[in-house]
Ligand binder design. Structure first.
Ligand SMILES: Cc1cc2nc3c(=O)[nH]c(=O)nc-3n(C[C@H](O)[C@H](O)[C@H](O)COP(=O)(O)OP(=O)(O)OC[C@H]3O[C@@H](n4cnc5c(N)ncnc54)[C@H](O)[C@@H]3O)c2cc1C
Length: 507
């Protein structure tokens, strides 16, 4: 069995694991990041793709006068600002509207969203604003009549690509990154502390990973890992499924999303612009872990009911894609917990055997989550970690404020490289979204044929597919079509059309 040594072994390469690996590399640790399937193949590619503080959490904090909850909304809003500044290639400001029925709604939402703006401080995205009936019709022409609305801003991002960027940048910074490499067991010293993990590839090849500290970032599978490390560890997670639909119909033609403030089961729903289509979600359905990624017909019916209710002119919405992700619901650990732990969406736990588990949380706050996790890791290391060094995410500038101007400067060269088709402006935007400042290098030394756009839904080209396979650890058509580019998650029939071509490239 091959043997590897590192300071830190991270199990699971979703948002949490990739963030921990990236932040650990910046702090001078030698890191191995192991993923059972594809990078971002779990919940992290199936989110609503919002960078947000959570308007819902703000309302909760307001109603319960909970300062700790307010601080968490603020933390998430600051993180929203961090990502919008750090990865402007794949994150952008998104305006959303809360429709109002009467002056009370308008005042209530106006005050709440004013506070949301205020909490984001210097990282604010502009003031929320009241919309008249006419302005609302202009923004969402097919929406059922409402008196007006209140518009506010959050961030929208490409979750799978940010996940990849974090993992690939950690790899570039020295981490070992292995996909299709499932952890199946642990080794202990005589005192019962974990010393190594054993992994297995799809072909049954096993490897041993000796590490000073082992971190469990396996999302809804965290309990399985915890019990593998310590059969007496009490279960902490329940799974709930969140389903999204993508509609072919573009219900948000001006780029403004809709927040449905209250469903009959007391939640919020989003209908958002998504690659010229509409993303609708999400549900919250308790389920078995094995069914976390399988959308049910009931959930589809539920979501479509709200689509018809809010867009009554749309009698036959066309669903072009559907997908679901598992939400790990953290259960109290049993002992006394402080109020700050109760409101926190994530938890870092260290078992007596040394396994550190990072559980729960949200995409927006994966950076402070990683930092909390590394604080627990550091307690087990023989010496303190180094101060973090700069490690710009792949495709971004050393100074984040230069990324947008440099992307702007790159457009002319991309225009020269790409074939003169009606898709060219979209193709430039798409390449920069996917690869940032590396876009040019992805298409530079390729033939004209390799640069031809292959789809009008997302103008992906063969040069990209080859890059995904060669440089981004893609090994299946689904890796390419669902996560390296988002075609399958936008329009599954169009992805099926390109599947044979991708499979041919994979041979
Ligand atoms: C429906 C839904 C919508 C959401 N929307 C938003 C949103 O809009 N904004 C936001 O901020 N947050 C959102 N979230 C939360 C966010 O998506 C999650 O917090 C985040 O993706 C969780 O990442 P993770 O790395 O913990 O888990 P995952 O992404 O599930 O990653 C865990 C990884 O561990 C791997 N793994 C499991 N077992 C093993 C093993 N034995 N060996 C090796 N690898 C293993 C899995 O294959 C998987 O890739 C949403 C969540 C849901 C469910």
């Amino acid at each position: 069995m091959a043997d590897h040594h590192c300071d830190l072994l991270v199990i699971g390469a979703g948002a949490s694991g990739a963030s921990v690996a990236y932040e650990a590399v910046r702090r001078g640790l030698s890191v191995a990041l192991l993923e059972a399937g594809d990078i971002s193949g779990g919940t992290s590619c199936r989110s609503t793709k919002l960078l947000h503080g959570g308007v819902r959490y703000l309302e909760l904090a307001f109603k319960t006068l909970d300062i700790a909850q307010l601080q968490l909304v603020r933390e998430a809003l600051l993180e929203r600002g961090h990502w919008l500044r750090t990865v402007p290639l794949l994150a952008n400001r998104l305006e959303l509207v809360l429709p109002t029925k009467n002056w009370f709604d308008k005042t209530y939402y106006g005050l709440g969203l004013g506070l949301y703006d205020a909490l984001s401080g210097d990282t604010g995205l502009g003031h929320s604003r009241r919309l008249s009936r006419d302005e609302l019709v202009q923004a969402l022409p097919q929406l059922c009549p409402r008196q007006g609305g209140v518009a506010y801003s959050d961030g929208q991002f490409d979750d799978a690509r940010l996940n990849l960027l974090l993992a690939l940048t950690a790899e570039q910074g020295g981490a070992t990154l292995r996909r299709s490499c499932r952890v199946i067991g642990f080794e202990r010293n005589p005192a019962g502390r974990l010393t190594a993990a054993v992994s297995e590839t799809e072909t049954g090849q096993q490897e041993r990973w000796q590490a000073q500290v082992i971190v469990n970032t396996t999302g809804i599978h965290a309990d399985a890992m915890r019990r593998l490390a310590d059969p007496d560890a009490p279960p902490r997670l329940l799974t709930s499924r969140g389903t999204h639909l993508v509609l072919k119909d573009n219900l948000c033609p001006q780029g403004m999303g809709l927040l449905v403030p209250a469903t009959e089961d007391g939640r919020v729903l989003f209908m958002l612009p998504f690659f010229g289509h509409t993303l609708v979600g999400t549900t919250d359905q308790a389920c078995e872990q094995t069914e976390a990624a399988i959308p049910s017909e009931d959930e589809e019916t539920y979501l479509l009911r709200y689509v018809r209710q809010w867009f009554p002119g749309l009698s036959h919405p066309v669903v072009s894609s559907r997908w679901a992700g598992g939400r790990p619901l953290l259960q109290p650990s049993g002992g006394e917990r402080s109020s700050s732990q109760v409101v926190r969406e994530h938890e870092v736990e260290t078992l007596p055997c040394g396994l550190v588990s990072l559980m729960g949380g949200k995409w927006t706050t994966c950076r402070p989550m990683a930092m909390d996790c590394l604080a627990a890791v550091e307690r087990q290391l023989p010496s303190p970690m180094q101060k973090p060094k700069g490690l710009p995410l792949l495709g971004t500038a050393t100074n984040p404020d230069q990324t947008l101007p440099e992307l702007q400067g790159q457009r002319a060269s991309l225009k020269d490289l790409l074939p003169d088709t009606p898709e060219r402006p979209r193709q430039i935007a798409h390449l920069q979204h996917s690869f940032g400042l590396r876009a040019q290098s992805v298409v530079a030394k390729t033939t004209v044929e390799e640069r031809e756009p292959l789809s009008s839904v997302i103008p992906i080209c063969r040069a990209e597919i080859r890059h995904f396979i060669r440089d981004e650890h893609a090994t299946s058509a689904s890796d390419v079509l669902s996560r390296r580019c988002r075609l399958a998650m936008v329009d599954s029939a169009e992805a099926d059309r390109l599947r044979p071509l991708v499979e041919e490239e994979l041979k």
